[in-house]
Design a protein around this ligand. Structure first.
Ligand code: IDC
Length: 347
């Protein structure tokens, strides 16, 4: 008798999961990144578009959505697509530090971000922002599998979505014992629903141990290893690790980098950023820059009060929203120029 309520609960959960509506894919706007590259895949150790040509996607990452939620708005995504010429936006869903574990409603913000990206023909990285604590197997991250199952079930039929299963593992974790088993579990869960969209996989030491991961890869297709750098803190020795990963045949994507030091502040170190971006371009490695934020730190792309900045209100020449130059930090102006293929100002 006692079991009855439990059975009913399971029945209810089963029916509810069957009712999760998949998002109806729509045609990407003509000329948009998704229109041009189509369904991404890994070929010859590189991320490629549907036609088999390398697709080094570039774009911006949000700040932790629990802090700068306001950036997920229609005008901002239009400005990022049209004026900043982004190919991709990364949605940073912190789990700790007041993120998803405390605030499950952030999931609807992620969905809004994914849908705004789709409407603008952008790729979109759903980043499970493992940071504090540093082990993705920590109980605080217990919701990972159901989160990604839901994302894959809802958006897996679109070519836009890219799953990033762990931002930056760190501390006392090893690839073999902690990270690879987690990646095997998560990729299996996603692949049981979405057979082909890219899955980004972090590594130890804040996603710098890309060489370690590449030497003992996760089985499966369209799996990509992430590397993160901050121009004021990381240089030749990290590039050497990336080179080793590439030499081992692993595809690499830089899902987070900043013009600052690794703490998000200091600098900006724009000449050092140039060296990094040239290196990435040489190897067809795409990137998303940290971050779409108004926080008073060098890596933040904007300046001013959140309510002034996060929704760009000025109409661009062709009627589209843009951020006016005084809203951009030195980092923001530099990265926008790089995204547009222009020569940035360094002062
Ligand atoms: C930083 C933010 C900072 C915030 C901090 C909290 O810039 O405002 O107080 O997180 O954890 C990373 C992380 C990314 C960091 C960023 C800069 O992925 O979350 O953001 N960084 O420190 N790895 C290396 C640097």
């Amino acid at each position: 008798m006692r079991r009855k309520p439990l059975c009913l609960l399971f029945l209810f959960l089963f029916i509810a999961s069957c009712l999760t509506e998949p998002y109806v894919p729509q045609d990407a706007p003509a000329g948009s990144p998704v229109d041009r590259h189509g369904q991404l895949k890994v070929a010859g150790g590189t991320i490629c578009g549907e036609g088999g040509k390398p697709a080094a996607l570039k774009g911006m990452s949000t700040m932790g959505l629990q802090w700068d939620a306001g950036i997920v708005n229609e005008a901002a995504f239009r400005a990022l697509a049209r004026d900043w010429k982004c190919d991709v936006v990364r949605l940073a869903l912190y789990v700790g530090e007041g993120g998803y574990a405390n605030k499950p409603t952030l999931k609807s913000l992620v969905k809004k971000g994914v849908e705004l990206a789709i409407e603008n023909g952008l790729y979109v990285i759903v980043d499970w922002h493992v940071l504090n604590p540093g082990n993705p197997n920590d109980p605080i991250y217990a919701g990972a599998e159901s989160f990604f199952r839901e994302m894959a079930g809802t958006y897996g039929r679109t070519p836009n979505i890219i799953y990033e299963i762990m931002n930056e593992p760190n501390g006392a974790v090893t690839w073999e014992r902690d990270l690879k088993p987690y990646a095997v579990k998560m990729t299996a869960a996603i692949r049981s629903i979405d057979p082909d969209n890219l899955i980004l996989i972090g590594s130890g030491a804040w996603s710098q141990d890309v060489d370690v991961a590449a030497a003992d890869p996760v089985p499966g297709k369209n799996l990509v290893y992430t590397v993160h750098f901050y121009a004021g803190s990381h240089g030749p020795s990290l590039r050497k690790k990336i080179q080793a990963a590439l030499d081992a045949g692993a595809p690499v994507f830089c899902s987070e980098w900043g013009t600052s030091r690794a703490n998000g502040d200091g600098g900006p170190f724009l000449e050092l950023a140039d060296i990094w971006l040239d290196f990435l371009a040489e190897h067809d490695i795409g990137w998303t820059n940290w971050s779409l934020s108004v926080k008073n730190e060098t890596s933040a792309a904007f300046m001013g009060k959140p309510e002034q900045v996060l929704v760009p209100s000025t109409e661009g020449a062709d009627g589209y929203p843009v951020w006016t130059p005084e809203r951009l930090s030195r980092s923001g102006a530099y990265v926008r120029a790089k995204l547009r293929g222009e020569t940035p100002k360094y002062e």
